[in-house]
Design a protein around this ligand. Structure first.
Ligand SMILES: Cc1ncc(COP(=O)(O)O)c(C=O)c1O
Ligand SMILES: N[C@H](C=O)CCC(=O)O
Length: 439
């Protein structure tokens, strides 16, 4: 059960101390509550569907560490496997069996022939780009506005997630030279892609896209956009890179690939495959992956890559993520969407809920008439103060949402009927709070 938050003194005190030693008081900008205001909550522990902060407030968690905690917090089998692995030793800088097992699991679940393990989604996309450039001998990369692929210099242009949440137009420190070969196009816009290939076709190494974007809110591909991208790349000798860091092993056993079946040349993974530890991966066609060192000459490396604790946590998580788990995640996500819609409709708050499998988000639009969020521009046209009011009322009601209107909501299989009831009772005052905000 959630404990309705009534104290935040300990979080406030820790935030002050954190701000003295860390920029903005956080180690990743999206945690800072900047877009919604208020004190970020410092968590001490999680159990199943809930997380508890230093003041003893207990929240039903719809962030799930931004995706990884598919099975909920402190799952007993994951915890036991990790404890056993830690007792054996934490890192050797040599190959180990768990990384082979995790690699096999990824290859079995997805269309990649070969996979290389890294420690973060950022590393995965950065390495996939380098490999694509090394393989094709070309420099230019196409990305889409509102897609976020981690904080890779060349991919920060018009990025989603914290970049849009904080309204950062471009990132100082990223040189013009670094982004000179990045072509940024509107998402879901086939004509724009065709025009870019007409102009630069023989210079484009790769198109990278979130498999189904979740970093400008959830904006699924329309009209077979991924299939169109894959074909356009093939026709022009470029590689199609599908970033499944957020969607991989979450939306289905493989990811968004399990929904649209479009086979990319390269894929990137992270989040769920680390089971709450830093593990990520990129993989793809055997002939492309063969260009990677030590087999080929495109260099890529990592002291902690394939770390035995992270790979044990990821492998145990994936093995527990059965068809039944995915069915439950889908049903839970559907029920929450229905609850949100009922509450907002009751208060007459215009909104659109968009989903990609069990990932979804709520857009507080000005009017519901013909409202579909297709791209970054549509996502940016929300009535943002409504989200802030809604977010804080949910938090006060014991439900922890992403503190941004531009992020997906994540469910875990640990959410039960009691958890759904907690969400339902938080929603009534939250919808009223959103309704009270004048446009
Ligand atoms: C689609 C996508 N790609 C890449 C990343 C970067 O992953 P990480 O934060 O592990 O570097 C993220 C999330 O941060 C993401 O959502
Ligand atoms: N939207 C980001 C990843 O998906 C959120 C995680 C972060 O940047 O801390």
């Amino acid at each position: 059960m959630a404990v309705v938050p009534d104290h935040t003194e300990q979080s406030a005190a820790l935030f002050d101390r954190a701000s003295a030693v860390t920029p903005g008081g956080v180690n990743s900008p999206v945690r800072a509550f900047r877009a919604v205001g208020g004190v970020p909550r410092f968590m001490t522990h999680g159990d199943g569907s809930h997380i508890t902060d230093v003041d003893g407030n207990r929240y039903l968690d719809l962030v799930c560490s931004w995706g990884p905690m598919l099975l909920g917090h402190a799952h007993p089998e994951v915890t036991a496997a990790v404890q056993a692995a830690v007792a054996r030793g934490t890192s050797y800088g040599t190959p180990t069996e768990p990384e082979v097992l995790l690699g096999e699991e990824i290859v079995a679940r997805t269309p990649v022939d070969k996979v290389r393990l890294v420690s973060s989604g950022t590393e995965a996309t950065m390495s996939a780009l380098r490999l694509a450039r090394g393989f094709t001998g070309r420099a230019k990369i196409v990305k889409f506005a509102g897609c976020y692929h981690g904080h890779v210099d060349a991919l920060l242009a018009q990025a989603g997630s914290g970049v849009i949440t904080l309204g950062i137009p471009g990132t100082p420190g990223v040189t013009e030279a670094t982004t000179a070969d990045t072509i940024v196009l509107p998402y879901n816009d086939q004509a724009a892609v065709s025009a870019a290939f007409a102009e630069y076709g023989d210079q484009i190494a790769a198109v990278i896209t979130e498999a189904s974007p979740g970093n400008m809110g959830v904006v699924p591909p329309r009209d077979n956009f991924n299939a169109f991208l894959a074909k356009t790349c093939t026709d022009n000798g470029a590689l199609f890179i599908s970033d499944e860091v957020m969607t991989g092993f979450r939306i289905t056993k493989s990811g968004w690939y399990g929904v649209d079946g479009v086979r990319p040349d390269l894929m990137t993974f992270g989040k769920v495959m680390g089971g709450g530890f830093p593990a990520a991966a990129f993989g793809g066609r055997a002939d492309v992956m063969a260009h990677l060192a030590p087999e080929g000459s495109v260099y890529q490396a990592g002291t902690l890559s394939g770390n035995p604790i992270a790979t044990t946590a990821g492998l145990t998580t994936l093995r527990l993520a059965t068809d039944e788990v995915y069915a439950k995640l889908d049903q839970t996500a559907l029920t929450i969407q229905e609850l949100v819609k009922t509450a907002l409709d009751k208060e007459g708050v215009p909104h659109v809920i968009q989903a990609a499998g069990n990932l979804f988000s709520v857009f507080f639009v000005e009017s519901e008439e013909n409202a579909v969020i297709k791209n970054f521009g549509d996502a940016g046209a929300q009535v943002l103060p409504r989200f802030g009011a809604f977010f804080h009322a949910m938090l006060d009601g014991g439900v922890y949402l992403p503190p941004s209107a531009f992020e997906a909501w994540f469910v875990s299989s640990a959410i039960d009927d009691d958890g759904l009831a907690e969400i339902e009772s938080a929603l009534a005052p939250a919808a009223a709070a959103a309704a009270a905000v004048q446009n």
